[in-house]
Design a protein around this ligand. Structure first.
Ligand SMILES: CC(C)C(=O)C(=O)O
Length: 279
């Protein structure tokens, strides 16, 4: 997707991971409006939901897809064919679509490594029949065994994943640990130059923004974040803080406009205020 190898894409997940924050539930109309604000702010990819887990997300992805003109609309699925097909159907009206798949790479001693690699390859092959823009996430990467993580990433890229996302799913890493993890991926995974490297950092220890930015020096070219840092447990990296940090340090390497992000953030503040008043 990226022409310029140095450009940093922003994926906003307020409408997917953000909705996992306690007490956050937007109406369909609010979701469409927020997606339009994010598109106007220059956000590259807008992740809208996980229809395999939440039925209502299918319609949210579909409606947002109808209303966006330029941003890539993204839907999450696990490895099961039924989940992938739900995302495919939801994304039908999208001008630019991405299927986001994930696999847990922190294996238990009983799990068969070859079988997990096979699952990764099969799920990507299914998704590739419908879409060329495939993101694969190595769920719980920071707690995985490194040699297996590297093989899983290599398998995903060989199968056709165009973006590889490395999450700190429980928000446990420090910036030094996280940047070491990313650097090792860039040196150990043979085909890594065929994919865009992305990060998705949770904020359980208050490090999500720092960890995301630390990745850029070692090859990260997509950062996942959310408005006001909304997300599961303590949330994700805050979109506005990430954008400002990148703009201050790397100038024009991102397309987002912080003033326009502020408009989106104020819109979300209004929704949160009303929700908290009524509960
Ligand atoms: C699916 C992935 C990106 C995720 O949400 C996480 O690891 O927290």
């Amino acid at each position: 997707m990226l022409e310029d190898k140095n450009r940093i894409s922003i994926l906003d997940t307020t409408l997917r991971d953000g909705e996992l924050a306690p007490g956050v539930q937007m109406t369909l109309v609010q979701k469409i409006k927020l997606a339009q604000f994010l598109e106007a702010a220059g956000v590259d990819i807008i992740e809208v939901g996980y229809p395999g887990q939440f039925d209502r997300d299918l319609e949210a992805i579909r409606q947002v897809s109808w209303h966006l003109k330029q941003a890539v609309v993204c839907g999450l699925a696990g490895a099961k064919e039924a989940e992938i097909i739900k995302v495919v159907k939801a994304l039908e009206p999208a001008k630019n679509a991405r299927i986001h798949l994930y696999t847990n790479v922190r294996l238990t001693p009983k799990q068969n490594r070859a079988q997990v690699l096979e699952t990764i390859a099969t799920s990507i092959a299914i998704a590739r029949q419908y879409c060329n823009d495939i993101q694969w996430s190595a769920f719980d990467a920071t707690r995985s065994q490194r040699s297996f993580l590297h093989r899983a990433i290599e398998t995903a890229i060989a199968g056709g994943a165009t973006t590889i996302n490395i999450p700190d799913s429980l928000g446990l890493a420090t910036p030094a640990e996280f940047s070491h993890l990313i650097r090792t991926i860039t040196t150990e995974v043979k085909n890594i130059d065929r994919a865009v490297l992305s990060v998705h950092c949770h904020d359980d220890r208050g490090m999500a923004v720092e960890n995301s930015i630390a990745g850029i020096d070692v090859g990260v070219r997509q950062i996942e974040c959310s408005v006001r840092g909304l997300g599961a447990r303590k949330g994700n990296a805050d979109l506005e803080r990430v954008a400002i940090a990148i703009l201050n340090r790397w100038g024009d390497r991102i397309a987002v406009n912080p003033a326009a992000i502020e408009t989106a953030a104020n819109f979300v503040d209004g929704i949160l205020f009303k929700t908290r008043q009524s509960t």
